[in-house]
Write a protein that binds this ligand. Structure first.
Ligand code: UD1
Ligand code: MG
Length: 450
């Protein structure tokens, strides 16, 4: 179910598309459900339907629209034509992102095609939840907060919004729903009383953890759930030996694969897929997206790596940062050094190459042991097209040079500081391209006219 408005988010974005750990709430649920081997997955959309349908994906996924939204029972009624007559329907909430596959499987097993299986949770503060009405062990009904008597509101066992139902029964019970309640809605939860009345067994199993059944209704709830999610990811990494300076100041919005003896300082954000080989050390306040980093490499503070689609790769024992920026297609070899305020984009740097201060390398091929001086750049863009710069092995580019691409600097060449180089520079020679220095003897400064 993903048709609701999510009023309390106070956002133009449909609630189920808000992100937790870098993925939309709904995508979390779909990814978990995809592992169940269901014959199909149906998402009920309504509010912001087009945006929701465009944003999520899963195998065997279909959408049905609920317009207008007249309650959870009405929502499930919309998918009745899409359901197989036989089998089990598992109903999940698009705004409860951390529900686990084992819990879904347990619900389906409890249903077994002949019982109505509810997932419930004991809550300190069950306000807003449908309450489970029991007669001993037997579940009789669910009563919504707004319809509950004061005595019923004291019940701590709440309905999580998830159930598994024999589909043939579900179709019959949905057809009989009425909206004569406090909210004038068709409540899915009314099918519990229908089952009890028919003598179909209703079983309620309790969720393992509260985290997996928490829904998101407001920015505050989203942020709280994000923290729980991040803490859980941090714990998994730390159990595998990763040394996080502080698990409370760690954010993984994707997948992080770590070798042994990896150290990560505070306030780092990992996005997409990131691989850190053995002994990698990441300083504080780094942002790393889609990158592969080799063994023993160190990233110092405030390094920003964005591999996007092309990725960024760094070899072993490299030194990056502080304040370095690596963009898509940066491929750095072993022992490369990239220092502060250096940007590298779509360029390869061979083993031992260095750009330590204030430099730009774009669309460049840089040979082994090249030293690229402070303030030097490749001018790769003529306003219309991008061209490559080739800097062969052992070149020394002085400070404040502009290498106007396309251009090749031959092996072992030296480029004098302050040069603007627009023609190929031969190997092994010093090339200087700047005004010759001169001094005027006897020159005096102008003085002010009286
Ligand atoms: C629902 C349950 C309540 C349970 C709670 C758990 C009902 C009647 N009540 O209440 O027992 O404790 O969830 O969070 O089911 N939705 C639609 N179409 C609609 C209305 C809702 O698709 O017309 C979707 C929402 O997008 C959401 C889910 O159904 O994903 C739950 O809707 P919500 O309005 O949050 O239901 P609650 O009132 O919280
Ligand atoms: Mg809700």
């Amino acid at each position: 179910m993903a048709a609701g408005k999510g009023t309390r988010m106070k956002s133009a974005l449909p609630k189920v598309l808000h992100k937790l750990g870098g993925r939309s709430l709904l995508q979390h649920v779909l990814q978990t459900a995809a592992g169940l081997g269901a014959v199909g997955i149906v998402v009920i959309t309504g509010h912001g339907a087009e945006a929701v349908e465009a944003a999520v994906s899963a195998p065997k996924l279909r959408f049905v629209r609920q317009m207008p939204q007249l309650g959870t029972g009405h929502a499930v009624q919309q998918e009745v034509p899409a359901l197989h007559a036989e089998g089990i329907t598992l109903i999940l909430n698009g705004d409860v992102p951390l529900i686990e596959a084992a819990t879904m499987r347990a619900l389906v097993a409890a249903c077994a095609g002949e019982r109505l299986a509810l997932l419930t949770v004991d809550l300190q503060n069950p306000f807003g939840y449908g309450r489970i009405l029991r007669d001993g062990d037997v579940v009789k009904a669910i009563v919504e907060e707004k319809d509950a008597s004061p005595a019923q509101r004291l019940i701590k066992e709440g309905y999580t919004g998830m159930m598994a139902v024999p589909t043939a029964h579900l179709k019959r019970w949905l057809a009989a729903l009425r909206n004569d309640n406090a909210q004038k809605e068709y409540y899915l939860t009314d099918i519990v009383a229908a089952a009890a009345a028919e003598g179909v067994p209703v079983v309620a199993s309790k969720a393992q953890s509260e985290t997996e059944v928490l829904g998101v209704n407001s920015p505050l709830e989203l942020a709280r759930l994000e923290r729980r999610f991040q803490l859980r990811q941090a714990e998994v990494l730390m159990e595998a030996g990763v040394r996080l300076a502080d698990p409370a100041r760690f954010d993984l919005r994707g997948e992080l694969v770590c070798g042994s003896d990896v150290e990560i300082d505070v306030n780092c954000v990992f996005e997409g897929r990131v691989e850190l080989a053995d002994g990698v050390r990441i300083g504080p306040n780094c942002v790393i997206r889609n990158a592969v980093i080799g063994a023993g490499t160190e990233l110092q503070a405030y390094t920003h790596i964005n591999g996007e689609a092309l990725g960024v790769t760094i070899g072993a024992k490299a030194q990056i940062g502080p304040f370095s920026r690596l963009r898509p297609g940066a491929e750095l070899g072993d022992e490369v050094h990239i220092g502060n305020f250096v940007e590298v984009k779509n360029s390869t740097m061979a083993k031992g190459a260095k750009a330590n201060h204030l430099a730009y390398l774009g669309d460049a091929t840089v040979g082994e042991r090249v030293n690229f001086g402070a303030g030097s750049i490749t001018a790769n863009y003529d306003g219309a097209n991008k061209s490559r710069t080739v800097i062969e092995a052992d070149v020394h580019v002085g400070s404040n040079c502009v290498l106007v691409a396309p251009i090749t600097i031959g092996a072992g060449a030296t480029i004098g500081g302050g040069s603007t180089i627009s023609k190929d520079a031969p190997a092994g020679q010093l090339t200087v391209a700047r005004a010759r220095q001169m001094s005027l003897a006897g020159w005096t400064r102008p003085t002010k006219k009286k």
